[in-house]
Design a protein around this ligand. Structure first.
Ligand code: FEO
Length: 396
């Protein structure tokens, strides 16, 4: 619990979750996270932007007491997901006169998810403003960063963009402000990869939409605040661009060593061709690291043994994840080994139908790799090299 003033009468009242290690029972959080809520005390009205995850509701309540909030006029959810909105019912219980200011889609979700009654809401349209007396809040709809109802709130006089998930990072830190550097960039990229990458094309539009705003500070609802907004905006522009890197992500699983031998042989061949390779032994890998690696890799290769009549479940999961995250990767291939038969190529290809990537002829072998199999892997490495050569200057 640490209320901090970020601008005159604008306060951080959120909660840092140092211990959380998984989100949505899916996404690993090696660095914890935070649920940032912001209090704005205007001359006439007081507003709370976002709340916190329900597990941290007592901290938000204490923070509002510390900030001497006796009357709350507006609660502004930028996003209906429970890690930001889950404490709204509790806050409404404590401040029954408060109105929930949001868009219609968010209202409907909050009614469904949190059973907030209809009469608590005041609806706003895209571009609407409300006045707190000496401070003005402008609402800008930014759908699909992360759900269809997401919006951002701009504090006009202080030029602060409260962006909720957009530009966030799962990073528990006692620093209120971003210390720009590799650590932060990694946390922000991991967040982008896991949460935002499927919405790359809508992010392009939303960044264009906010670009006319003069922004001095981006205050997301996860992770630190950016006093240099161009740091994170420029990083996003690179990630959402169509540019890929001279990298191959090789996600593999092996039961008895045959597929692992294929993966390591291919890795070495590609390295010799001047290509950066990022191998992931799937059962032992942090899936967030894999997501980060596919943000800008030109090629993804999935390697699997045959299990019964199809791919190993870990390879199935990797293909599902890649398909769901929709990276901008240009090329895909598959390699693997079987004992007596099966159809993992068709299965995995079908699973990655969302991707607009060219499939490079896979390599499927029987048992442990032999001379002809190594030759096939050499063929694959040359094909990948030739594809990359068209885009990059390969420095060996
Ligand atoms: Fe941080 Fe989509 O919620």
């Amino acid at each position: 619990m640490a209320v901090r003033e970020i601008k005159p009468n604008v306060y951080f009242v959120g909660s840092i979750d140092w211990q959380r290690r998984i989100f949505d029972e899916l996404i690993p959080l090696p660095d914890g996270t935070s649920y940032n809520a912001y209090l704005i005390k205007g001359k006439d009205k007081t507003a709370l932007i976002d709340t916190v995850d329900p597990t941290k509701e007592s901290e938000l309540i204490e923070n509002l007491k510390d900030a001497k909030v006796s009357k709350l006029d507006y609660i502004i959810p930028n996003h209906a997901e429970q890690d930001h909105s889950g404490t709204i019912p509790k806050i409404l219980g404590l401040y029954p006169q408060a109105k929930v200011i949001t868009n219609e889609k968010c209202k409907n979700m909050l009614k469904d998810l949190l059973l907030i009654p209809d009469e608590k809401f005041t609806l706003v349209n895209d571009g609407d403003t409300i006045s707190l007396g000496d401070k003005t809040l402008k609402f800008i709809f930014t759908p699909w960063v992360h759900w269809p109802e997401t919006m951002v709130t701009y504090l006009v006089e202080d030029k602060i963009l409260f962006s909720c998930d957009f530009f966030g990072s799962h990073l528990a830190t006692s620093s209120l402000y971003a210390e720009e550097g590799e650590n932060l960039l990694r946390a922000a990229k991991r967040y982008y990869a896991e949460i935002m990458m499927p919405f790359r094309t809508t992010i392009v539009k939303n960044i264009e939409k906010i670009s006319p705003l003069e922004i001095n500070m981006i205050a997301p609802s996860h992770g630190p605040i950016y006093r240099n907004p161009s740091f994170i905006i420029n990083a996003y522009k690179e990630w959402i661009s169509d540019q890929v890197k001279n990298e191959v992500v090789l996600a593999y699983v092996s039961m008895h060593g045959s597929t692992e031998k294929m993966a390591s042989y291919l890795t070495d061949l590609l390295i010799k061709e001047g290509i950066t390779v990022k191998p992931f032994n799937l059962p032992k890998s942090d899936i967030g690291e894999l997501a980060m690696a596919i943000v800008d890799a030109a090629t993804i290769v999935i390697a699997t043994p045959m299990v019964l009549s199809g791919a190993h479940p870990q390879a199935v999961y990797a293909a599902y994840l890649v398909n769901a995250l929709r990276p901008k990767t240009k090329f895909i291939s598959l390699i693997g080994s079987y004992g007596w038969g099966g159809k993992f190529i068709e299965q995995l290809k079908e699973m990655m139908g969302n991707l607009k990537a060219e499939i490079i002829e896979p390599v499927v072998i029987k048992g442990y790799p032999k001379d002809n199999d190594f030759k096939e892997l050499e063929r694959l490495s040359i094909e990948i090299k030739n594809k990359h050569k068209q885009m990059f200057d390969l420095q060996k």
